[in-house]
Ligand binder design. Structure first.
Ligand code: CIR
Length: 252
């Protein structure tokens, strides 16, 4: 069975790091939206395990950034934002029960939001949060897994998966101008609707795709490819620069 690890919204979520497209999120609403998200994972058949929230770590709900699962191994990251580095320890304590773990170490930085696996290709964002050393260490750690690693410069958004969202095994939705699309060779590309810029996020769940409810035109483009979309309102997660991938660590 597929597994997912999530971490609830802490009381201090209104102190989360907010980027230039964001605003201070409302904690109570974010909690309801997060519960809805977890329900969708459960309905899709995921075995969901919860890492307790920590009020000292306002961004801890964005659990994807702390770990990358590759095959049967876990790689604990070293988040690019220093304030987020203490999130890793408690996630490692839980993942360590399931996977052998290794870690990205200084001076490397890597956020899980910059890692996008499509088949045997791992695209890694060179971003505000992930640096060259982080990418080199990741390449070394997965070198025995038969994966091709493609670094991708990310412009104008926080992470690679802020601008490039997988919706199935071969298709991504791209926010125009955030990456060099030539690097995504072999992938089918759908563009985010211009009027919905930075509003679309997605997470493939079995035969459907969970999508943000405030980007209906882009969602329609995705649905026209043949997979039903399931909209969810995560306005308060988007406010703090998050999306639908960042709320879970998934093992398929
Ligand atoms: C941050 O700035 O780190 C958080 N407020 C948002 C992180 C979102 N993570 C993700 O999309 N993987």
């Amino acid at each position: 069975m597929a597994s997912a690890w999530v971490r609830p919204v802490p009381e201090t979520f209104d102190q989360a790091i907010v980027g230039k497209h964001g605003r201070v999120p409302q904690v109570a609403l974010a909690r309801r939206q997060h519960s809805e998200y977890v329900s969708r994972l459960v309905e899709a058949g995921f075995d969901v395990e919860t890492i307790p929230a920590d009020d000292r770590l306002p961004d801890c709900v964005f659990v994807e950034d702390t770990a990358v699962l590759v095959g049967s191994r876990g790689i604990m990251t070293r988040p690019g934002a220093p304030a987020r580095r203490p999130e890793v320890e408690s996630v490692a304590a839980l993942l360590g029960d399931h996977f052998p773990l290794t870690s990205i170490v200084a001076p490397g930085t890597l956020d899980g939001g910059d890692v996008m696996m499509m088949g045997d290709t791992m695209y890694v964002g060179r971003s505000q949060r992930t640096n060259e050393s982080g990418i080199e260490q990741l390449a070394e750690l997965v070198s025995d897994q038969g994966m091709r690693l493609v670094p991708v410069d990310v412009a104008g958004v926080l992470h690679l998966k802020s601008g490039v969202l997988p919706v199935d095994a071969e298709t991504v939705v791209v926010t125009p101008g955030t990456v060099d699309e030539d690097l995504l060779d072999g992938l089918r590309i759908v563009h985010e609707e211009e009027t919905e810029r930075h509003m679309f996020s997605a997470l493939p769940l079995g035969d459907t795709v969970l999508v943000t409810s405030n980007a209906p035109l882009t969602a329609r483009r995705v649905e026209s490819l043949g997979r039903p979309v399931v909209p969810i309102d995560v306005s308060e997660i988007l406010a703090a620069d998050g999306g639908l991938t960042c709320l879970s660590i998934i093992q398929r």
